[in-house]
Design a protein around this ligand. Structure first.
Ligand SMILES: [Zn+2]
Ligand SMILES: [Zn+2]
Length: 157
């Protein structure tokens, strides 16, 4: 795989995608529609532009969130996957197998920005197992999440 091949998919593995080509336009969008579509403080998105996007397993279900834009998501597990506008499609950065290469370069929709998002980096920080309430079940956790690479068949038989 070249540096310009990117793969990813939803949490359950019913939908997988591959992108060939450079991804240069990574952003977060704070607009109220993106907050709702992602169930999150903001939406991390990267535009496909001149790269080639192929759905290699399944395809997203779509919700038309306005007259211009549709939001794609996995109908089985709910993972938000796409923002599809007349000027192109963008993919949810967190759905990539290696999101660490897709750092956002700009923020959009700041008129709706939740002010506390600016202070999150200064909050106390703990690793997962440090949660005393959840630590007991986390120690024996079995993940059903699709792994961060393509698979021939999923779930495993
Ligand atoms: Zn899924
Ligand atoms: Zn938005």
């Amino acid at each position: 795989m070249s540096d310009d091949t990117h793969t990813g998919g939803c949490q359950c593995g019913a939908i997988r995608f591959r992108i060939e080509g450079a991804l240069t336009e990574a952003s977060v969008c704070h607009c109220r529609m993106c907050q709702k579509a992602f169930g999150a403080f903001y939406a991390p998105l990267v535009s496909v532009r001149d790269a080639k996007l192929v759905w290699t397993r399944g395809e997203p279900k779509k919700f038309q969130s306005s007259n211009a834009v549709a939001r794609g998501f996995c109908a089985d597990c709910g993972t938000p996957l796409t923002y599809e506008a007349p000027d192109g499609i963008a993919l949810a950065i967190g759905a990539f197998d290696n999101p660490a290469n897709l750092a956002p370069k700009v923020q959009w929709g700041v008129e709706a920005k939740l002010a506390f998002t600016d202070t999150i980096p200064s909050l106390p920080q703990h690793d997962t197992l440090a949660d005393g309430n959840a630590g007991t079940f986390l120690k024996t956790l079995v993940s059903y999440q699709h792994p961060d690479h393509d698979t021939d068949a999923w779930p495993p038989k």
